[in-house]
Design a protein around this ligand. Structure first.
Ligand code: NAD
Length: 484
């Protein structure tokens, strides 16, 4: 197999270095090495930040519509290379090809959507208490931004950080996860084919504790936008506090799905099942725990068990029709397997699945349904991030709301009901950044993806997401009414 050797992209150039330490990247469906990436150093992260810093001054001065035109050049490149990019994502991350294709297409659309804000984002003019004065609020770029990425939607997350940053006059340094960096290097190659000025987009790779830490703490950085786990989010906040750097954190989730007795069970099963197996259960806002009203609990468990036991999995580049691929890595596989094992030891039962697959050619875990689960168990309180669905019964709507809210995460929630009053009450009483009624994820690019509690600070998408990349500058203009 042809192993690719990627280079970091700093100041419009691919760095070539003979004695660069490298990190190997695996295909999780086969455990084969598919590429090497530079194990970047703190000094290299500083070079990228310096390049972004130098480029930012003139980038910010361009009319927003010109910055938007550069973004459209990038989205065009993505569309031209969509099939190739989808394969790269599938090969290193393990998601099925149709989902990788959706990720690529959505990314191109997202960049175009953000480009459309060029003529739309606005400042304000305020009434002054003084005569002959105008007060302006300008919305201005922050400066250098950094984006630190996870591995689950690696390609889209580049754009989710880059597009609003660039449109608003910031420059950016991106660091992909070491598990799924190849798509980011391919993205940099596409950027290189556009006329984007040097230093506006930079890509570095390496470990979080070195390169990531520098991107979160360097004094030239104005905003660090991070997507990943709560544990790393805490470290990034700590690192950013050193130089009072603004943080935008999109962290984990433990989305509850509530199924009321009046719900359309067939629809609820379909949506919750799809949400739990999409991307092999590795999505921050997919259903991670289900609460079902007692009257329909047994029927729901039986039907969900049947649906989940029919889920197929395998190597997504070899078997085009499987429902899901492998988990992303050996450590993810172990983490899911250990969490389920601890639950089973504490009296939980698996109605289907419950163990690592007998197919050990990749990191496969059997699609699983768990019952006899208690609210205070780890499997209900902590993120699983795998194709494992615990189901609990409840009596009343109030009880369901209390159980759903009893969690350190607050990203996403859902409810299935035909009752408009229940739907409206749930919209107000579920303490989450997002609630889906009669469906599951995904979110819309014009929405606002943000979590309560430990699921994060700030958020992405839409107008509110764009504003994360802006800071206000108030100007008091005293003028002379006698001027001729
Ligand atoms: P992770 O926290 O392990 O790593 C994410 C990134 O942080 C990687 O690039 C890593 O190198 C870097 N990093 C690690 N330590 C660092 C440090 N000390 N300083 C700076 N950077 C550091 O997360 P992951 O395992 O890649 O991704 C899975 C997690 O991401 C899940 O918890 C999932 O819920 C979350 N996620 C959230 C959203 C959302 O929108 N809320 C979206 C996708 C994923």
């Amino acid at each position: 197999m042809n192993v690719k050797n990627y280079q970091m992209y700093i100041n419009g150039e691919f760095l070539t270095s003979n004695n660069q330490d490298v990190i190997e990247v695996l295909n999780p469906a086969t455990k084969e090495i598919i590429s090497t990436i530079p194990n970047g150093t703190v000094q290299q992260a500083q070079m990228a930040i310096d390049a972004a810093y130098r480029a930012q001054k003139s980038w910010e001065k361009l009319p927003a519509i010109q910055r938007a035109n550069y973004l459209r050049e990038i989205s065009n490149q993505i569309r031209k290379n969509a099939d190739f990019l989808a394969e790269i994502i599938t090969q290193e991350q393990g998601k099925i090809l149709p989902l990788a294709k959706v990720e690529v297409d959505f990314t191109a659309d997202y960049i175009d959507y953000m480009a459309e804000w060029a003529r739309r984002y606005e400042g304000e003019i305020l009434q002054s208490d003084r005569p002959n004065e105008n007060i302006f609020i300008f919305k201005q770029a922050i400066g250098v931004t950094t984006g630190i990425l996870p591995w689950n939607f690696p390609f889209f997350l580049i754009a989710r950080k880059m597009a609003p940053a660039l449109l608003t006059g910031n420059t950016i340094v991106i660091k992909p996860s070491v598990e799924t960096p190849n798509n980011a290097f391919e993205f940099a190659k596409l950027i290189h084919q556009t006329s984007l000025p040097k230093g506006v987009f930079n890509l570095v790779s390496g470990h979080g504790r070195s390169v990531g830490n520098e991107l979160a703490s360097n004094e030239k950085v104005g905003l660090v936008s991070f997507t990943g786990s709560v544990e790393t989010g805490v470290k990034i906040m700590e690192a950013a506090s050193k130089n009072i750097i603004k943080v935008s954190l999109e962290l984990g989730g433990k989305a509850p799905a509530i199924v009321m007795k009046d719900a359309d069970i067939t629809e609820a099963i379909k949506h919750i099942k799809n949400s739990r197996i999409i991307n092999t259960g590795q999505v921050c806002n997919c259903a991670e725990r289900v609460y079902v009203q007692k009257d329909i609990y047994q029927e729901f468990v039986d039907k969900m068990t049947q649906a989940i036991s029919k889920v197929t999995y395998g190597n997504p580049l070899k078997q085009s029709n499987v429902d899901m691929g492998p988990l992303v890595s050996q450590s993810s596989l172990e983490s899911v397997a250990n969490m389920v094992e601890r639950a089973l030891k504490n009296g939980v039962k698996a109605t289907t699945g419950g163990k690592i697959s007998s197919d050990t050619s990749g990191y496969y875990y059997e699609p699983t349904v768990l019952i006899d689960v208690k609210q205070d168990m780890e499997i209900i309180q902590k993120e699983i991030f795998g194709p494992v669905l615990p189901i609990l019964p409840f009596d009343t709507f109030d009880e369901a709301i209390e159980l759903a809210n009893d969690c350190e995460y607050g990203l996403t929630s859902s409810i299935y009901t035909k009752d408009i009053d229940i739907a409206m009450r749930a919209s107000k009483e579920l303490k989450f950044g997002e609630t889906y009624i009669n469906r599951e994820n995904f979110e819309a690019m014009q929405g606002f993806h943000a979590g309560f509690r430990k699921s994060g600070i700030g958020g992405a998408d839409g107008k509110h997401g764009l504003e994360e990349y802006l800071q206000t500058h108030v100007v008091y203009l005293q003028y002379n009414t006698n001027a001729k």
